[in-house]
Design a protein around this ligand. Sequence first.
Ligand code: MN
Length: 323
Amino acid sequence: MLGNLIDFLRVVSAKIRRRPVALCDIGDVDGITSAAIFLRKYPDAVIVLRAPAQVQKSKWLRLFTWTFVADLPCPPGAKVKMRADHHRTNSPCAEQECYDPSAPCSALLAAKLLGLEDDPIVRELVDAAIQTDTANVTSEKVRKLDMIVRYSRYSTKLKIAKILSEKGIDAVLSLPEAQEALEKAREAEHIINTICEKVPASDIITMYFPKGKKLDISYRQLNIIIQKSKNAKFVNILVKRGFRTYRLYCGADKEGPYDCTTIAKQLGGGGHKFAAGAQYKSPIFRPGEGFRRFVNVLKNYLGVSKVRVIVVDENLNLNEIEV
Ligand SMILES: [Mn+2]
């Protein structure tokens, strides 16, 4: 709420001062590096970071003309000058598009669009985004940046984008805020490992966190780790985030045969074949229906009448049910 007001005022003030405004994905290294690449080109730009679902729903984002949007859809009806994106579910919407669903990340497209492909800092950032967005992190530096981005608060993420644009990844790793975020990440990693050890290996793994907000972990990261350590082909994690708000994290093996976008779209979300998500709400008088809704979509997609779901409570106890 307050965050929206502050960002609204930041954009208004940018407009008054005729500064470029950019809207980039808040969730991962790809979004933040895309923002940093834009700042590299336009150091006085004002950056707003949001998740895809927030962009769809926000009433105020669509009131402005955006100079640049990256790793996100356009705010519905808004005028957007340039956009760099690789999500199959986000169709082209800007005056100047650098849109390629087969690209490994948006940062690469942002670099192309802004003509910065040969800039050494930009190349470092693009390389980091490729590693994280394809879930194939090979450098320790990038692994740390990924953790820092995931576990930093909003103001820190903006600061990180700025520092990345000026000095690159090393400068971010030496920030005191980065140490704090890494400490949080270590705690989260411990929780994730504890959960992971209790999950039996299977091709298809479905998990439900009815008290999901109580665990301070990245569920996207949990999904990736479950996929890898259990050799799973299709992992769905449903998280109850509030009284009637649900969030789905879907992950699928790149070699197939499953497609996450099919599930995510039916719940109002989107993404890639191998990683997609959705956030949706249950009706006010039936706050528990969100779980049913997801289970039905999944059963339909798999063509089965029952699925096994691992329910994880806030004390990390696992309970397997058939629904
Ligand atoms: Mn991306």
